[in-house]
Design a protein around this ligand. Structure first.
Ligand code: HEC
Length: 175
């Protein structure tokens, strides 16, 4: 009996450790939607008017950050939101699909992909997950026992692919 109780409390400790380790979170903003609202008037839909490889003009990541920070649409943006926006601009410069996880509603995770023309595939524990799409948005219902940190999302466009593991980051192009 005693042993039963201590095993049970050990179980609770292990579960709470697992929950705290596994606390992955969505991005602080809807990056693609924010870009379309605040930046696309000058830089085009999905960054169409930004030059390919524009980031090479900047000697360092912080130089590029300063430029984006100074943009009319970026005034007052929190630094964690700015980092996410910066990641999106990197993907535009590289002409690679951008993937971001923006929301969790129960067992449903929701995010964005840009360009909208990219395909999105998702896997977790070697299982293929069903992805619902509308324009720049994707939505995945997690099967029982699958957590966001188990999910790996791949976006592909014209033979160029981006893979995002949610356990690493809620968005791609962090570097
Ligand atoms: C009112 C027009 C305007 C808006 C709105 C605007 N920008 Fe800009 N952006 C510019 C201009 C003009 C430049 C080039 C001048 C410069 O480098 O400072 C530029 C440069 C950039 C560059 C560097 C491009 C390069 O080729 O070096 C990036 C990246 C960028 N903007 C991102 C953004 C983002 C992200 C937003 C929204 C948060 C945004 N911009 C909103 C006008 C705008």
């Amino acid at each position: 009996m005693r042993r039963g109780i201590s095993l049970a409390s050990l179980g609770i400790v292990l579960v709470s450790v697992a929950i705290s380790i596994g606390s992955v979170r969505p991005a602080p903003i809807k990056v693609v939607e924010t870009y379309e609202r605040k930046c696309s008037s000058c830089h085009g839909k999905e960054g169409a008017m930004l030059d390919k490889d524009f980031e090479k003009k900047y000697a360092s990541a912080s130089e590029l950050r300063e430029v984006v920070e100074s943009m009319p649409g970026a005034i007052g943006m929190r630094s964690d939101a700015l980092e996410a926006m910066l990641a999106y601009t990197r993907s535009i410069s590289r002409r690679e699909p951008f993937v971001v996880w923006t929301e969790q509603r129960g067992d449903v995770i929701i995010g964005e992909v840009s360009p909208a023309a990219a395909t999105v595939q998702a896997r977790a524990k070697r299982e293929t997950l069903r992805v619902q799409r509308t324009q720049n948005q994707w939505r995945i219902t997690l099967p029982k026992g699958v957590r966001p940190e188990d999910v790996e999302i791949t976006a592909q466009r014209g033979g160029v692919r981006t893979t995002l593991r949610l356990k690493d980051s809620p968005y791609s192009h962090t570097k």
